[in-house]
Ligand binder design. Structure first.
Ligand code: GAR
Length: 209
């Protein structure tokens, strides 16, 4: 099984979806560690309760972004991950960091990229008058939320939706999409080559309705 380390900043519901998926005997990845940039991230306790090693690296404990990332990279060296899954990790990784783990960092973002990268994505989708919304799992490259797409899933935007109600609807499909995308990657069915996702077609990662 491939070794996956999950990065979180918050509640960790996507991280837990990966943990639950990895309990299946035929799942091709195991979660070998959870790293947070927040000491009080709710997901840390959930991971610890599953017996998963957890690590918090709080940015203000380090003099610079470089020093912060160096500490995380050192922890990663010990965990020797085959794949790093960003799951609500709200900090941009540097080019140096990404190059050290080139092609093996994936992220989930709660919009249909390339629409609405960055923050406040649900409110922006509503303000734009979108009638569908969704989520994307993609390879991480230096640009924020820009890397090649592995899979996507969509939900309707309903009249009366607020950013919160839409976020809740999208989160449900995030929990389906992420384990499927990690499965594809861990099985070697999709990889990043020449800045593109190659192998399994994107739809192979999409939850079937
Ligand atoms: C998820 O909706 C995830 O897609 C989003 O944060 C939430 C984390 O929830 N990520 C981003 O916005 C990254 N830019 P979780 O901690 O319960 O998984």
């Amino acid at each position: 099984r491939k070794r996956a380390v999950v990065f979180i900043s918050g509640g960790g519901s996507n991280m837990m979806a990966l943990v639950q998926a990895a309990k299946a005997a035929d799942y091709p990845a195991e979660i070998v560690g959870v790293i947070s940039d927040k000491a009080d991230a709710g997901g840390l306790a959930k991971a610890a309760a599953e017996g998963i090693p957890t690590f918090a690296f709080v940015r203000k404990d380090y003099a610079s972004k470089d020093a912060h990332e160096a500490a995380i990279l050192a922890a990663l060296d010990k965990l020797s991950p085959d794949v790093i899954c960003l799951a609500g990790y709200m900090r941009l990784l540097s080019g140096t960091f990404i190059q050290r783990h080139e092609g093996r960092i994936i992220n989930i973002h709660p919009s249909l990229l390339p629409l609405f990268p960055g923050l406040h994505t649900h409110q922006r989708a509503i303000d734009a008058g979108m009638r569908i919304a969704g989520c994307t799992v993609h390879f991480v490259t230096e640009g924020m939320d820009e890397g090649p797409v592995i899979g996507q899933a969509a939900v309707p935007v309903l009249s009366g939706d607020t950013a919160d109600t839409l976020a809740g609807r999208v989160l449900i499909i995030e929990h389906q999409l992420y384990p499927q995308a990690l499965r594809l990657f861990a099985e070697g069915k999709v990889k990043m080559e020449g800045g593109k996702a190659v192998g399994a077609t994107a739809s192979d990662a999409n939850p079937k309705s």
